[in-house]
Design a protein around this ligand. Structure first.
Ligand SMILES: Nc1nc2c(ncn2[C@@H]2O[C@H](COP(=O)(O)OP(=O)(O)OP(=O)(O)O)[C@@H](O)[C@H]2O)c(=O)[nH]1
Ligand SMILES: [Mg+2]
Length: 375
């Protein structure tokens, strides 16, 4: 039996097993086995085809790298050309793009690398249509832009399903768990939050992934899927925004969200398809909604522009672009490691400062448009 068949067998068994306290551990183990097989399938097919070579090994440059993920012909290349200086080939048939085409978008002083890749189709995680190569690029990115075109809004779900099978978690937080390996003592489960999943189930899943002795602290309420993710290797967590292209051709309707967008309206927030994350109607061809898209990319990446003072003057020309959660120490390091070792402290003004030139610890997280003086 090949891996795909084994996965199907296990899924069938899960479907046919009623879920309750007595079967929870067994179902947990089945899920863990599926996760292991999917990982194996993904790495095996990647190796067989020689990994990320053949135009797929793109050097990451700039402040962040984002990937345009979508089915063939939805307009990924057209969008790349509209947002960046790139000239990726556009044509009205599937699989026009067969490698990775990079472009650079400058926005608010940040250099954002955008990668156009071949269309993602069902079965990609099993290697269909350059799927593995595309998914490898996706794994290495900072943000995904999911793209579909009018009439194919259901594609979002399908794309996410392919990514999930390749160990990629979209718009999900990393499981809040601490796993401390020990030399002996078995698997000890500690909980900061009450859990519905039994300790035995958690132990079973952990040992399925090869953990023998460890102190495991659960810091949030876990689902069975999250327990599997917490112990599985190879999970990546990436944010995504969702866009529907070609809104110049017809009225965009979202059946699920019960939102109707007329032709001509731009950049409308479609809450409901994926709540909490922006969804936009755009037209790569006419440029409709692209300003809002650029801003959404910037916002979702969570960048902060940090202005340094030079001889008492604020240097507004060249802010440092810092990523989400960066500290003042990270800013000093970005200036140079030698500079950072000489830094004793920092004073901040503007956003995040209680008053101008407030002295704060270097571990302080920077805010957008903050003014910093190191001393
Ligand atoms: N009307 C309209 N047509 C568009 C738009 N964006 C792209 N197209 C057309 O859709 C077709 C496919 O566009 P591409 O940019 O090549 O699509 P792709 O997603 O890169 O396709 P693959 O590389 O094959 O995966 C072309 O004929 C484009 O001119 C749009 O916003 N509006
Ligand atoms: Mg293309």
């Amino acid at each position: 039996m090949d891996i795909t068949q084994r996965i199907e067998e296990l899924k069938k068994e899960i479907r046919e097993t009623p879920y309750h306290k007595a079967t929870e551990r067994h179902i947990g183990l089945l899920r863990a086995r599926i996760a292991k097989l999917e990982d194996e399938q993904f790495t095996r097919t990647s190796r067989a085809k020689g990994g990320g070579g053949g135009g797929f090994a793109i050097k990451k440059t700039g402040d962040a790298t984002i990937v345009l993920v979508g089915a063939p012909s939805v307009g990924k290349s057209t969008l790349l050309n509209a947002l960046t200086n790139a000239r990726s080939t556009v044509a009205p048939y599937a699989f026009t793009t067969v490698t990775v085409i990079p472009g650079m978008m400058k926005y608010k002083n940040a250099y954002i690398q955008i990668l156009d890749v071949p269309g993602l189709i069902e079965g990609a995680s099993r290697g269909k249509g350059r799927g593995r190569e595309v998914l490898s690029v996706v794994r290495g990115s900072d943000l995904l832009v999911f793209i579909t075109d009018v009439g194919h809004e259901g594609h979002f779900e399908k794309m996410e399903a392919e990514l999930t099978k390749a160990g990629i978690r979209v718009n999900e937080d990393r499981p809040k768990i601490r796993i401390e390996k020990k030399l002996k003592g078995g698997l000890e489960i500690r909980k900061n939050v009450a859990q519905e999943i039994a300790d035995e189930t958690i132990r079973g899943i952990a040992s399925e992934f090869g953990f023998k002795n460890a102190e495991i602290t659960l810091k949030e309420k876990f689902t069975l899927e999250k327990v599997v993710d917490a112990f599985a290797q190879n999970r990546v967590y990436v944010k995504a925004i969702y866009i529907v292209n070609k809104t110049d051709t017809s009225v965009l309707t979202f059946a699920d969200a019960q939102v109707k967008i007329d032709v001509g309206k731009t950049g409308v927030h479609l809450k409901g398809v994926r709540t909490n994350f922006p969804t936009f109607g755009v037209s790569a061809k006419t440029g409709k909604g692209l300003d809002e898209l650029r801003e959404a990319i910037w916002q979702t990446l969570g960048f902060a522009r940090v202005y340094l003072t030079k001889g008492g003057e604020i240097d507004y020309d060249g802010p440092f672009i810092m990523s989400d959660g960066a500290t003042l120490a990270d800013v000093a390091n970005k200036i140079g490691t030698e500079f950072a070792t000489g830094v004793k402290g920092a004073k901040i003004s503007g956003p995040g400062a209680k008053f101008p030139n407030q002295e704060v610890p270097l571990k302080t997280i920077v805010r957008d448009e903050q003014i910093v003086t190191f001393f």
